[in-house]
Design a protein around this ligand. Structure first.
Ligand code: MN
Length: 739
């Protein structure tokens, strides 16, 4: 290998380009050449060649990939931002946004190095490169760059060599394979193999050379037989001998722990014909000549590989017992197998047509679904979700591992993916060493570091921005556990209060053993669950107290409090009525009370507040008192209206009128016309011939309330109708006015 012997000249690059794209505008390429000659002036490569030889070779490889003039110009310019004083802005000014995007993309990718032996990590890294590249041409330039660097790798230090070679095998050769560029993949692998294991490479080469003559003889014989048979059948075909490349022989020997002579498909023939139909016809002829080895036939025509590779493979036992592998394909399939994505970028007259773009996108789709290389069917399904550009971002851990997340994921998602505790205790994040908010959206290539504090706990707000199920579930389960803990405390408080109410000492009455028995009797698995149930209002403290204190005792105290049986009955009924009216998210059958400060009615947006000792009270979301300091944000709880809401909710309305006779009657009957009860009313008249009427009415839902209000508004003489949000404060205001 003496790669730098012949230095490519720009004329060769242009000549090559014009051979597949005669109309190409080559000015931009000349301009790029002049630019880099200036920018890289005085720089030399480690091989001693002038630096310019590298971009020229890269440009030349890009013409082998049949790229357009912009890509070739970008190939010439690809090291300018990194290695010279040029800037992205300058490239943009001189060569336009398309070239700048390509050069910038290559620069970004080149800045990242990758080293791990884990296949999954390599897979993620490859996906990250694709996602970052945005334009597949960036990857092609990078591949051309890597290929030339591999060709000249012997000039750099052994330690650095090893790093680059490993990366080539892990990332770039598979990418080339993915893009279907067979020759590029093979060359990268051969160069890597040669560099990593020079002895094994030389040994293998020697063994192959040794038997070459004998093999050539066999191949020639077989070729003759096949050619003759095909002529007889009048099938147009080219038969070619085919040598396997060293790296794949080596891999096979390693993988299957076999010796060189056992690598049986060393003999290979390729037959290229004109149609799919003839591919199968040829297969039939070969199978009739020699016995096929079962399990070695693969039909990649009917089932193409993800990189669109199509060919029939079969291995037969030839006359003298040798195993010969045949590959049968059409011209078109051959072109795709060798050129891959480039085969789809042929330039038609007048440049790239619409169809060319469609094909490009088909290609992208195929290359982004990696299923052929994935073993796990679930992962397969997940990769199918990746569309044209992956809905994923790839970021680094501080150690350099790559993790993938759905698009829009945040540091909190990242934290939970590392460990539940890291998530729960996450207080801040550094992205690329800079502090960012927890709802920052991760970007490809970010390095994420999570800051934790063992005393910190998750916030309900995180649910608004996390993207992964894992983070969401972990946060929810933490909140749930925490709510349960809170309701246990609340349950104990309620119970203690109840016991104290009957003049008993909670410490002596509430013995763990007794509570245990009660819990069992009431179908709770533990005292903790029983207390939580009280806290949530699933059962009342009184119910439990009845189990603890003899009934006579309780009644004695009840009577002593002069609670009339009627009043108690009313209370019990109204309690039951409210049950089921509101659902606390995730719980059924919660006992709640409606806050008097804002009197919510069904239809209002509501929020629950876990009170100390009084269960959950329901407020409207805009209730001003909830904003007050005395309300602890930690005790707020999500609630929604239940289906069973059918009882009446008190609402106060305040009506301004002209002072006209009969108006009160008209308003009352308007209210009654909607089947709404008036439970309280107050009228004030003023000297300026206006009046204010206040009604407490019993409403079933917001819809009914709105109807009542609009009916009243339509009465002549009514100047305004208002729902009063906070009757107690409102009353104080009126009083204040009057004073
Ligand atoms: Mn380079």
């Amino acid at each position: 290998m003496d790669p730098e012997k012949k230095i490519t000249r720009l004329e060769e690059v242009i000549e090559n380009l014009l051979s597949y794209y005669p109309q190409a505008d080559v000015d931009i390429i000349w301009k790029a050449y002049v630019y880099i000659a200036k920018a890289h002036r005085g720089q030399t490569r480690l091989s001693g060649s002038p630096y310019l030889s590298h971009p020229l070779e890269v440009a030349y490889i890009l013409t082998q990939l049949k790229q357009d003039p912009y890509t070739i110009a970008a190939g010439l310019l690809h090291d300018t931002i990194e290695d010279t004083y040029s800037t992205a802005e300058e490239i943009r000014d001189q060569f336009g946004p398309e070239v700048e995007l390509l050069v910038d993309g290559v620069t970004k990718i080149s800045k990242m190095t990758f080293s791990t032996s884990e296949e999954q990590q390599a897979e993620n890294f490859r996906k990250m490169l694709l996602a970052m590249a945005k334009d597949i041409r960036v990857i092609l330039i990078k591949l051309a760059d890597r290929l030339h660097n591999m060709r000249t790798i012997l000039f750099i230090s052994p330690a650095k060599q090893k790093e680059i070679v490993q990366e080539t095998l892990d990332i770039y050769a598979p990418l080339a394979n993915r893009l279907g560029i067979g020759w590029l993949k093979c060359e990268l692998e051969e160069l890597s193999f040669h560099c990593l294991y020079p002895d094994a490479f030389a040994g293998l080469q020697a063994k192959i050379d040794k038997g070459q003559e004998a093999r050539d003889k066999i191949i020639n014989e077989i070729e003759k037989v096949v050619t003759l048979e095909l002529e007889k059948a009048v099938i147009p075909a080219k038969v070619q001998g085919r040598s396997k490349h060293l790296y794949s022989i080596y891999q096979k020997m390693e993988r299957e722990s076999i010796d060189f002579h056992e690598v049986y498909d060393l003999l290979g023939l390729r037959i290229i014909t004109d149609s799919i139909r003839n591919c199968y016809a040829i297969l039939g002829i070969i199978h009739s000549l020699w016995r096929p080895i079962p399990g070695r036939f693969k039909d990649y025509i009917a089932l193409p590989k993800a990189n669109m590779y199509q060919t029939l493979h079969t291995t037969v036992i030839a006359s003298r017992g040798e195993r010969v592998e045949f590959q049968i394909r059409t011209e078109e399939m051959h072109r795709i197998a060798e050129e891959g994505i480039a085969a789809h970028w042929r330039y038609k007259e007048g440049g790239v047509g619409e169809k060319g773009y469609d094909e490009k996108f088909v290609w992208l789709r195929h290359l982004l679904d990696w299923q052929q290389e994935l073993k796990d069917p679930k992962e397969f399904m997940d990769t199918l979700k990746i569309d044209l550009f992956p809905e994923e971002v790839y970021v680094f851990t501080p150690k350099g591992d790559v993790k993938s997340f759905p698009f829009g994921a945040t540091p909190v998602d990242f934290a939970y993916s590392v460990h539940t505790d890291i998530g729960n205790q996450c207080v801040g994040t550094k992205v690329n060493s800079r502090l960012v908010p927890l709802n920052y959206k991760l970007k490809n290539g970010d390095i994420i570091e999570i800051l934790t504090n063992p005393r910190h706990t998750p916030s309900r707000d995180w649910l608004k921005f996390v993207k992964t199920c894992r983070a969401r579930n972990k946060i929810r389960s933490w909140i749930k556990a925490e709510q349960k803990e809170r309701s246990r405390e609340l349950g104990r408080e309620i119970l203690e209060k109840q016991v104290a109410k009957y003049n008993q000492d909670p410490a002596t009455v509430l013995k763990t053993k007794d509570l245990n028995d009660i819990a069992k009797r009431l179908n709770y698995s533990s005292v903790e669950d029983l207390l939580a149930a009280i806290g949530f209002g699933k059962i009342t403290g009184r119910q439990v107290v009845e189990e603890l204190i003899p009934r006579e005792e309780l009644e004695k105290y009840d009577k002593a409090r002069e609670t009339s049986p009627l009043k108690r009955l009313v209370k019990a009924v109204s309690k039951r009525a409210v049950e089921g009216a509101v659902k606390v998210k995730g719980m059924d059958d919660i006992f709640v009370r409606f806050a008097k400060c804002c009197s919510p009615v069904p239809g209002d947006f509501i929020i629950g507040y876990i009170t100390r000792g009084r269960g959950i009270s329901i407020h409207t979301r805009d209730c001003p008192s909830m904003a007050g300091l005395e309300y602890d944000a930690e005790r707020k709880i999500e609630v929604e209206w239940g289906k069973k809401a059918q009882n009446a909710y008190p609402v106060r309305v305040n009506i301004g009128t002209e002072n006209r006779p009969g108006l009160l009657g008209m308003i009352s009957s308007a209210i009654a016309s909607w089947d709404v009860n008036i439970s309280w009313a107050n009228v004030e008249t003023f000297g300026d011939k206006t009046a204010t009427l206040d009604f407490d009415i019993e409403i079933t839902d917001l819809d009914q309330l709105n109807k009542v209000i609009s009916t009243i508004k339509n009465i002549k003489g009514v100047t305004r109708v208002e729902r009063i949000r906070n009757p107690s404060k409102y009353k104080a205001k009126i009083k204040g006015k009057r004073l």
